[in-house]
Write a new protein. Structure first.
Length: 117
């Protein structure tokens, strides 16, 4: 399964970006979808997640600014990022997990988001 992540780039503080993640396997059966980020010199952290019943959860640092969603027709998971801050600068990764028929976890290649002050 391949995950193609896209949408990163350079944006000024206060701006918006939308990241997309399009796996080669249908997301309708995905059990958990998440966006992570890793800033230079820091550990990878969970930013936003969505479960199969569309429940969502966000890290405190992005709550109220980021949203996670999916479009089953396009088989794509999105991360909408608004009111971006320089501290949001990182490589962003999508992760999709399936629990059946076997537990499988897939990662995208990462897309760089740079927020200038």
């Amino acid at each position: 399964v391949q995950l193609q992540a896209s949408g990163g780039g350079l944006v000024q503080a206060g701006g918006s970006l939308r990241l997309s993640c399009a796996p080669s396997r249908s997301i309708t059966r995905a059990n958990h979808m998440g966006w992570y980020r890793q800033a230079p010199g820091k550990q990878r952290e969970l930013v936003a997640e969505m479960t199969s019943d569309d429940s969502t959860n966000f890290s405190d640092s992005v709550k109220g600014r980021f949203t996670i969603s999916r479009d089953n027709a396009k088989n794509t998971v999105y991360l909408q990022m608004n009111s971006l801050k320089p501290e949001d600068t990182a490589v962003y990764y999508c992760n999709i997990n399936f629990y059946a028929p076997v537990r499988s976890s897939y990662w995208g290649q990462g897309t760089l988001v740079t927020v200038s002050s």
